[in-house]
Design a protein around this ligand. Structure first.
Ligand code: SOE
Length: 386
């Protein structure tokens, strides 16, 4: 009988649904060394959390995370609350000796991210930040090709992360548009993913210069700041985060990069895309076609040159893919969450580091912070040491 890992999930909205699904799917599709138990769902609104616990498949619910993180029967605390409470909950959980899993961006500030990392490392618990795109078979293939030298020395990273859900100026001022609640806009919500992928695939970023823009300065006040539904309210208040951000980056290995993140790109719902160019070839990725990786090799014979599209459902060698369906039976966005949970549970079972961990989250936070400072000063800003 596999050892049980009792999980407490703090938060139950969009990400709560995604994480609950991952904990449900992981033991069904994967042969795990430990068995996750969906013990308790936590939220402040009793009626809301009770209904969510029933729907999402949690054994019980609670309204105070402080009691839950100190419960002896809880092994893993998963944090999907708003960005403002990540640090408080993660630190409390790690100090109570629990493994901690946290949504991105890791924190509101570099100071918070540093403290979270230090406390978790000192406590000796597993700590993991959910940069879920790393956990796609196509991204793992990109990493493998790069590590095998298939694209040679890397010259360029070029990423865009494009969404379009707030182009309408009447779209209300939800929490994601409020700096005090979100920390930043497109930068922390979207570019954070691209930065983590760049760190994973290319290496450390050493300096950045950026520009951030808020196109719609005021919006109707949302009756519920967490709602995503237009309210038709007459009252308007300032948008305090970036609608779109661009920045240039230098990498430690000599590569250079461009990053663009925006919620103002009509037609793009979740266009997380990048291209990497090296001395021997190139790699292209688009999350809206996440079962594929495009690869160009200069080593191909002249008559066969051209980008090829590799299906990561083929060949049986791609990470996680054999646990799902036969070749050609594609997987989706939510599978990246399940793969992350599988990796985290394996890290717990085998007592090895979880990836990406809080230090990776801190590395991203340092870049987010440097981009903001550069946008204010108009200067290049070096990335601080962790
Ligand atoms: C909303 O902009 C959002 O869900 C982000 O918060 C996620 O991190 C990203 O994966 C998709 O878009």
């Amino acid at each position: 009988m596999a050892k049980k890992v009792n999980v407490a999930l703090i938060g139950y909205k969009f990400m709560g649904k995604a994480h609950s699904n991952a904990f449900r799917q992981a033991p069904v599709f994967f042969d795990l060394d430990v068995e996750p138990v969906m013990k308790v769902l936590v939220g402040r609104d009793e009626a809301g959390v009770k209904a969510a616990a029933e729907k999402l498949g949690w054994e019980s619910y609670a309204t105070d995370y402080r009691e839950v993180v100190n419960r002896p029967d809880i092994d893993l605390v998963d944090i999907v609350t708003g960005n403002t409470s990540h640090a408080e909950i993660a630190i409390a959980a790690a100090k109570a000796g629990k493994h901690v899993f946290c949504e991105k961006p890791l924190a509101m500030t570099v100071g918070e991210a540093r403290e979270m990392t230090q406390v978790a490392e000192k406590a000796g618990v597993k700590h993991c930040v959910n940069f879920n795109y790393r956990k796609l078979p196509s991204i793992q293939l990109a990493k493998r090709l790069i590590d095998e030298g298939a694209i040679g020395r890397i010259f360029h990273w070029r990423s865009v992360y494009l969404q379009d859900w707030i182009v309408d100026p009447e779209f209300p001022l939800v929490w994601r548009l409020n700096k005090a609640e979100a920390g930043s806009g497109a930068l922390g919500d979207l570019a954070a993913h691209s930065i983590d992928l760049a760190h994973f695939l290319v290496g450390d970023i050493t300096a950045v210069t950026g520009h951030m823009e808020t196109f719609i300065k005021e919006r109707p006040v949302a009756t519920s700041m967490s709602g995503l539904v237009a309210t038709g309210s007459e009252e308007r208040a300032p948008v305090t985060v970036d609608d779109g951000t661009i920045f240039l980056a230098r990498f430690a290995n000599g590569a250079i990069g461009t990053f663009e993140a925006t919620r103002f790109a009509p037609g793009h719902r979740n266009g997380n895309m990048f291209e990497i160019n090296g001395s021997e070839g190139s790699i292209r990725f688009n999350v809206e076609r996440l079962n594929e990786l495009e690869f160009y090799s200069r080593r191909d014979p002249a008559h066969a040159q051209g980008f090829r599209t590799i299906s990561v459902t083929e060949g049986g060698e791609h990470r996680w893919i054999n646990a799902w369906w036969p070749a050609g039976h594609i997987i989706g966005w939510e599978h990246s969450f399940t793969h992350q949970v599988v990796d985290l549970l394996e890290a717990i079972a085998q007592d090895k580091p979880a990836t990406p961990d809080f230090r990776d989250g801190l590395r991203v936070q340092l870049v987010l912070d440097a981009v903001e400072r550069s946008a204010q000063s108009g200067q290049w800003v070096s990335i601080e040491k962790e």
